[in-house]
Design a protein around this ligand. Structure first.
Ligand SMILES: [Zn+2]
Length: 721
């Protein structure tokens, strides 16, 4: 999901979804377009992005925006913001909060407007033109941010204000804004001298090359590690469809009469779930866990180089380790806080893994086998245990979750019970695809609050997953009301048929509107502190918090009704659905924690420590944290850990579970202190949903909860107590 938005409105990617993250861009060479003036002159009259939308709350004029409008608006927007920023930096007057910070918050209106529309559509309605613009503009957008954050004159003003921050008479939100700006400048390298900044640039360039090589090798590993199967007999247990796919994959590689199994990104390979042949399970497993160790596409050397380079960069920027650098702006603040939180859960999770392993071993024996459970057997026999315990007919379950009923009688109903808000359809507002639903959201007192779009159905050009994003972000300073979208990938039924969703999709709809309300209830002054502009380990908290209302009895009675008969969902069926969700959670939780801690250890290296043996380091890192288990390997091992190494999640893979800990703890607290009512909702809104990033996230949490988060509720939520 989401991310800390770039402070200066010039957000590079704004999807606050559950899969996407915009990384703070690092310094690199400046490359400003020279043709700006002509482009602006040529399009200003006909380009709807060039001016403020006349629609309610500046909702985008989707009926008028065309692909050719994006690039000129984005390019002109960057130029405009740079001019504005230069004027602030070179202001002959001494720095004041107003002429520097407030002025910065007001820059980039055009870029903001255009990029919010562009990057939203790039996620939900992409095409070749949009992809080409994206590729062309990516380095320019990164350079644009550097132009601002490495502007020495500008930093001097921010720093001068920061040094006298206690005596400026600032209100709490303004002080927070100053602190956040100052930190972002420092973290970008603004404080360094020219030689050091050059070093940072060099390191960034090397890092970009290494991460690019890593990605290339991961792709090349796909062919290298694919498992060739000679005979169809070995594939017993797989479906006809799966077998046909494996045959097609082999045919494509010219392997006539054979079958080809590609390894997927995680350690665990989904195909093992149904694979009867134990020897083949072993082969597939080994192909997965040994990726990157040796051969032409060995990524182990890159792991060593990247972690050493990041340690050096962190030191230059004034931090002990890369993990310290990365966590400074997060809720956790230090790597140790993450270790403490996770280690408190390890014994319980490990005990669950043992219990699950015993049940699986019993199943192995019941099937007449005598061998001892190995990691490659887990998924296969766990699936049989699952089938025995929870025989679930997915279509029987789905019959109770008709899409519109889930949305309006479930999700909207819950938000009305908690917050008093109502959703009124606004079919008059233009949308970017006919499937997109438009609503106006009204507050409990009847006042209008926001525009909300629901873009729920899968289609070509939409990337996978689910996310929330904003077209307009709330800001008191800019007098802007929020315009928010939720995007999902539910398969739409044929015309005339009801669209039925899985229980998982139903909870995701609650989840995404949880993000949505984080945007819509935002009540802050400064746009860069607004709504979901919070740290990565906090952003999934408000959304995950809303998920479990999907199983609340009062909510269920209102929405989970058979699409034909209108009958409520039988309790036995519901219980089975809920119980099946906690199945295998020991394994799932352990493999995630092991990966998160492995990521943290790799990025906690001091600058002069040298890792000679990647495999040994990995084993030590896991053992040290009590997560080195026989049957459960990390979800990603070092050689193919794309989040931690080439991806944007270095020292941050922990963030998903950190957010879930907050959500479970807060939800359990709400259950104990009143449950589904306005008092609960209003308290959550006041302390969490309305404050955005205007308050330190730990303080935000404590203000709502009365104390720091604990892990017991997460363990209970996952059925691990
Ligand atoms: Zn999310």
């Amino acid at each position: 999901m989401r991310t800390k938005l770039l402070t200066l409105a010039a957000a590079v990617a704004v999807a606050a979804g559950c899969s996407d993250v915009s990384e703070p861009k690092q310094p690199q060479s400046v490359d400003m377009p020279v043709e700006v003036a002509e482009q602006v002159a040529g399009v200003v009259e006909s380009n709807p992005l060039m001016s403020i939308s006349p629609l309610q709350y500046q909702a985008p004029q989707f009926d008028q925006i065309k692909n050719e409008h994006f690039k000129p608006a984005l390019v002109a927007g960057m130029a405009e913001q740079l001019q504005e920023v230069d004027a602030i930096a070179n202001n002959p007057e001494p720095a004041t909060f107003d002429n520097t910070l407030v002025a910065l918050e007001k820059t980039g209106a055009l870029l903001n407007r255009a990029s919010l529309v562009f990057y939203n559509l790039a996620g939900s309605s992409s095409n070749e033109t949009i992809r080409a613009i994206q590729g062309e503009l990516a380095p320019k957008m990164a350079a644009h941010r550097d132009d601002i954050y490495l502007n020495k004159a500008l930093f001097k003003r921010v720093d001068a204000l920061y040094q006298q921050r206690e005596s400026l008479g600032l209100d709490a939100e303004s002080l927070r804004l100053l602190e956040v700006y100052h930190r972002d400048f420092v973290m970008a390298g603004a404080q360094l001298n020219d030689a050091q900044q050059q070093q940072i640039r060099d390191l960034n360039e090397q890092e970009a090359t290494l991460t690019n090589n890593f990605r290339q090798m991961l792709m090349a590993q796909r062919d290298e590690t694919a498992v060739v199967v000679d005979s169809v007999d070995e594939l017993a247990g797989l479906s006809e469809g799966q077998i046909a796919m494996l045959k097609a994959a082999a045919d494509e590689k010219g392997l006539d009469g054979k079958y080809l199994i590609y390894i997927t990104n995680t350690t665990r390979q989904p195909i093992l779930t149904n694979m009867d042949n134990r020897a083949l399970r072993d082969r597939v497993w080994q192909a997965s866990v040994n990726r990157g160790i040796a051969g032409e596409n060995a990524t182990y050397p890159l792991v060593q180089q990247l972690t050493a380079l990041r340690a050096e960069k962190a030191k230059l920027l004034g931090f002990d380790t890369w993990a310290d650098y990365r966590l400074a702006p997060a809720m956790a603040k230090t790597p140790q806080a993450v270790r403490d939180m996770f280690s408190s859960m390890v014994p319980k999770v490990a005990a669950n893994v043992e219990r699950e392993a015993e049940a699986i071993q019993q199943m192995i024996v019941a099937k007449g086998e005598t061998f001892k459970l190995q990691p490659w057997d887990w998924a296969y026999y766990a699936n049989q245990v699952r089938a025995e315990r929870f025989a679930l007919d997915e279509s029987e379950v789905k019959a109770y979750f008709e899409f519109k009923s889930v949305l309006e009688q479930g999700v909207f109903f819950t938000m009305n019970k908690l917050f008093g808000v109502t959703f009124k359809p606004r079919p008059d507002l233009p949308v970017y695809h006919e499937d997109v639903l438009a609503y106006e959201v009204f507050d409990a007192d009847g006042s209008s609050l926001a525009i909300f779009y629901g873009d729920y159905f899968a289609r070509e050009g939409k990337r996978g997953g689910a996310w929330m994003s904003a077209f307009v972000k709330q800001s008191g300073l800019l007098e802007a009301k929020p315009v928010i979208v939720n995007v999902m990938n539910i398969d739409k039924a044929a015309a005339g048929q009801p669209t039925l969703v899985s229980y998982d999709h139903a909870t995701t709809m609650f989840h995404e509107l949880g993000h949505g309300l984080h945007g819509m209830f935002s009540d802050v002054k400064y746009p860069s502190l607004s709504g979901t502009s919070v740290s990565r380990d906090f952003v999934e908290f408000p959304s995950t918090y809303q998920e479990d209302w999907a199983a609340n009895p009062e909510v269920l009675a209102n929405y989970a009704r058979h699409y034909k008969t209108g009958e409520p969902m039988p309790k036995a069926l519901l219980d089975k659905v809920l119980a099946s969700r906690s199945f295998n959670q020991g394994y799932d939780t352990m493999e995630y924690m092991a990966a998160a801690l492995l990521d943290m250890e790799w990025h906690s290296l001091a600058v002069d420590s040298k890792v000679e043996d990647v495999a040994a380091f990995e084993a030590d890192a896991l053992a040290k944290n009590g997560v080195k288990l026989d049957y459960v390997l990390p979800r990603y091992r070092s050689g193919y850990f794309s989040h931690a190494f080439p991806g944007g999640y270095s020292a941050s893979y922990y963030a998903y579970m950190w957010s879930e800990i907050l959500a479970a703890d807060a939800f359990a607290y709400t259950q104990r202190s009143g449950g589904l009512n306005r008092a609960s909702g209003d308290k959550f809104r006041k302390h969490v949903l309305s404050v955005g990033n205007s308050i330190d996230p730990m303080e935000t949490y404590k203000a709502f909860r009365g104390e720091a988060p604990k892990t017991a509720a997460l363990l209970e939520r996952r059925g691990l107590l």
